[in-house]
Every structure is written in structure tokens, then in C-alpha cells.
Ligand binder design. Sequence first.
Ligand code: THU
Length: 127
Amino acid sequence: MTDAELLAAAREAAATAYAPYSSLRVGAVAVGESGAVYPGANVENAAFPSTLCAEAVAIGHAVASGERRLRAVAVISPDVQSIFPCGQCRQRMAEFQVERVILEGPDGGPESHLLEELLPGRFTDWR
Ligand code: THU
């Protein structure tokens, strides 16, 4: 899939968001080493910190499907012009060696970022 197609798939995933508290729908897809694409959307909770980000759901979806290495994650929100992954989700991406993060650029097209740029000096396995 092209970056534009991945972003479109993430936008489609955002339609399944459960976001009654923030009204910010977020969609994501994780691309496994196999090339398979796993969608996810944010899942909020009345106890706010129990909320799951779209990226967390997509990554969980991929890992629970057997993936152990992820090539890329695409993230988008139909409710804001551009959304960057939160710090926790960047760390979740690092765990599975995500290389690229695909976001919506100012022109509405895909914009690719290296995770290394978004999370320099990441915490890694210390053993
Ligand atoms: N959210 C995501 O899904 N991904 C992010 O990277 C940032 C924030 C969601 C969580 C919550 O449901 C809403 O956006 C507002 O924070």
C-alpha cells in the first residue's frame, strides 16, 4: 500500500472511534513486517486515563495477530488538520521497531517522519 492509501485506511478506521468525551476521532493503521495492515481507533473512557489511543489499538491489533515487527504506523484525525502521536504511543512504536510514521501534511497528503526523529534517545531493552 502507498502512504496515501495507508492514510486513507487510517481515516476509515477513525470512523469507528469511540470518543464521546473529547469528540476527537483518531484513526491509525499499523503495517506489519508481513505487509498486513491493522486498523485501530481511539477508545475513550469516563475514567479519562483509561482511554486508549488509536495507535495503541492498532499496534495491539497487529501484535495480537502475531506481528512482532512493524514497518510503519499511519495516524489521522478527521477533526483536526494534523495530529502527531503522543509520547506514550511513540514509545509503543519503538517497542516494535516502527521505522516510519505517516501523518497528514498541510496539503492533506501523506507526510512521512522517521520514528528516530520523533523519539530520539528512545528507551530500549536494557538486558
Ligand atoms: N489520541 C489518540 O488517539 N492518539 C494520539 O496520538 C493522541 C490522542 C486520542 C486520545 C483521546 O481519545 C483523544 O485523542 C484526545 O486526547
